[in-house]
Design a protein around this ligand. Structure first.
Ligand code: FAD
Ligand code: DLZ
Ligand code: SF4
Length: 512
């Protein structure tokens, strides 16, 4: 009997566990299914990227002599709507006896996989996904008996485990674990950025763009211009480009934002890592080599490695530790509906307009835009965590639930009550002003604390602290701000409340 190897859209790695012991007689099954493309209404570029990357991956396997049963969206239309249905048909078609697959990155899909043996009546092997450096068991073990699950401590264990940026004596390179303090500089006025490479469109991508334009035309976001790697070769080229050209500047200005500069020194690699075209280890190893060869400074390389072996692995660990149920958490009882400008970008708050417009154009925003502009607003405005999760999951090309959810529920909204973040990442306009040039182009005045012209972040910040006093006051890391709030005059507090009420009324009318 035949063995089917079922490969999901974010498993485009030749060294995938379920492709490791391939025989010539095996059939690799991949499918573009309506359910995955529509369970949230993904950004057009995200669907186009993934379909094109999947088609290229399948074609490369075929060139190497493997048999791939690839279901294209056009051909599946109206028939196979889910992974499970597509698999059942493939098992029948090939008279298969056994299915081998790698465990899905998302809980929702793993549950499907666990039902496949029953659904198909054949043996189904689900292999652990060792593209992640920490196994789910290791993370659970690390988390067990700890009062606080701080990323920084997990990260140190990962440094020891991988050996990245460790010296011969087993100490962290340069004597410190973390160089973040050096990575918070605003950009100098005359900063310049390296030119990004162009990735030309081939027929496969052209076909996919036509398909997505026709079938997902009403989804969020601009489909074109499309300029992103879709093959392993292009992905590797982009990684090498990043290490040579952008990595040296990655550290120092990691938290900076600049109008009209969507990428700056960021790697723009997350979507490639998450779908399997790049291996997270090779990304770290190339970056480390650049440091060892004197081509990139330690603060940049350590920062980059920390994002990948620290934050990325930690978020995945938290996700599996807390699922199911993590998506329902709402510790601050936030209930407000998402504002319209999340879809249109049309708001006079320039930081949000820039960040959301870039998101619409590119299916990308860099970390500080996601965290300190959009995320900070969602937190201060008390937006419903479910709606915020859905937004982040569908607008970004790199978004999968395992990484989106802990970033939204834990990092930006504090909806998990402090598992991921030791305190809410709340900030007033002054932070955005320090780290960007957005405020200079804004209708609102970042220096004004109250009144119609005042930057909304300024009074929403205090309003947030007032409204959530009961939940947050006892957090010792909030002691200083609640101390300040305690000294505020009744007049000032009334002004904050009054401005916030006016703002929320205007928000409902889409007039902010
Ligand atoms: P760089 O700044 O170049 O960082 C290098 C790599 O580190 C990234 O490619 C990514 O793989 C990893 N990384 C960095 N920060 C994080 C983090 N907080 N969590 C996990 N990995 C990280 N990242 C996603 O990959 N998918 C998501 O759906 C996603 N949703 C997010 C939602 C919110 C609210 C926030 C605050 C962050 C989210 N992130 C997500 C994390 C981060 O913003 C993106 O990984 C990053 O912006 C991608 O751009 P880059 O490749 O240029 O990253
Ligand atoms: C995100 C996505 C989309 C839009 N479409 C598909 C698809 O048609 N076929 C597929 O195999 N995967 C797709 N994906 C990615 C899956 O949602 C992702 O692999 C799982 O969610 C991982 O658990
Ligand atoms: Fe954003 Fe306020 Fe600055 Fe305007 S003034 S860009 S709303 S932080």
């Amino acid at each position: 009997g035949k063995t089917l190897r079922f490969v999901l859209g974010d498993q485009l790695s030749r060294d995938l566990p379920s492709l490791r012991d391939l025989c010539e007689s095996d059939v690799i099954v991949m499918c573009e299914v309506a359910e995955e493309a529509t369970y949230v209404r993904h950004h057009k570029k995200k669907i186009a990227f993934l379909f094109s990357a999947m088609r290229h991956f399948a074609a490369e396997l075929e060139e190497d002599g493997q048999t791939v049963d690839y279901l294209r969206f056009e051909d599946a239309d109206g028939t196979a709507i889910s992974f499970t249905q597509a698999l059942k048909r493939a098992v029948k078609r090939h008279g298969a006896e056994r299915v081998v697959t790698t465990e899905a990155s998302e809980y929702r899909v793993l549950k499907m996989q666990q039902g496949w043996a029953h659904e198909t009546g054949v043996d189904v092997e689900i292999l652990p996904d060792d593209r992640f450096m920490a196994t789910r068991e290791e993370f659970a073990e690390w988390a067990k008996d700890r009062k606080e699950l701080r990323m920084e401590l997990f990260y140190r264990e990962m440094r020891r485990k991988t050996g990245y940026l460790m010296d011969a004596a087993g100490e962290p390179e340069g004597g410190r674990w973390n160089y973040d303090k050096e990575n918070r500089e605003p950009l100098p006025e005359n900063a310049t950025f390296p030119d990004r490479p162009d990735f030309s469109l081939d027929d496969v991508t052209e076909d996919v763009l036509t398909l997505v334009g026709a079938r997902f035309g009403d989804h969020f976001g601009d489909l074109e211009p499309f300029n992103y790697p879709v093959t392993r070769r292009q992905a590797l080229y982009y990684l090498n480009w990043f290490v040579d050209e952008a990595l040296p500047g990655f550290g120092t200005w990691q938290d900076a934002m600049k109008q009209g500069e969507a990428l700056m020194f960021h790697s723009h690699l997350s979507a490639l890592i998450n779908c399997g075209l790049l291996d997270p280890r090779e990304c770290c190893e190339k970056a480390e080599k650049a440091f060892r060869d004197g081509r990139a400074p330690l603060n940049a390389v350590e920062g980059f490695v920390r994002q990948i072996i620290g934050w990325r692995e930690y978020m995945r660990g938290i996700y599996w530790l807390k699922m199911p149920g993590y998506g329902d958490e709402n510790a601050l009882n936030a209930r407000r509906d998402l504002a319209d400008f999340f879809w249109t970008g049309e708001t006079d708050m320039n930081c949000l307009r820039q960040s959301i417009t870039e998101t619409r154009e590119n299916a990308y925003a860099h970390h500080i835009q996601r965290l300190m502009v959009i995320g900070n607003f969602a937190l201060l405005a008390g937006l419903d965590p479910k709606q915020v999760q859905e937004w982040y999951l569908l607008v970004y090309q790199d978004a999968y639930e395992w990484v989106e959810m802990p970033n939204v529920v834990g990092m930006i909204l504090y909806a998990d009550g402090g598992v991921v973040a030791s305190k809410p990442y709340a900030a007033s306009g002054a932070y955005i002003d320090r780290m960007s040039d957005y405020c200079g182009n804004c209708r609102y005045n970042v220096k004004k604390k109250n009144g119609e012209k005042a930057c909304p972040f300024n009074y929403l910040y205090w309003n947030f602290l007032i409204e959530n006093r009961e939940s947050l006051e006892d957090n010792h890391r909030m002691g200083m701000v609640y101390g300040t709030l305690g000294k505020m005059t009744g007049e000032k507090i009334d002004a904050v409340k009054h401005d916030s009420e006016r703002f929320f009324r205007a928000l409902r009318r889409n007039e902010v």
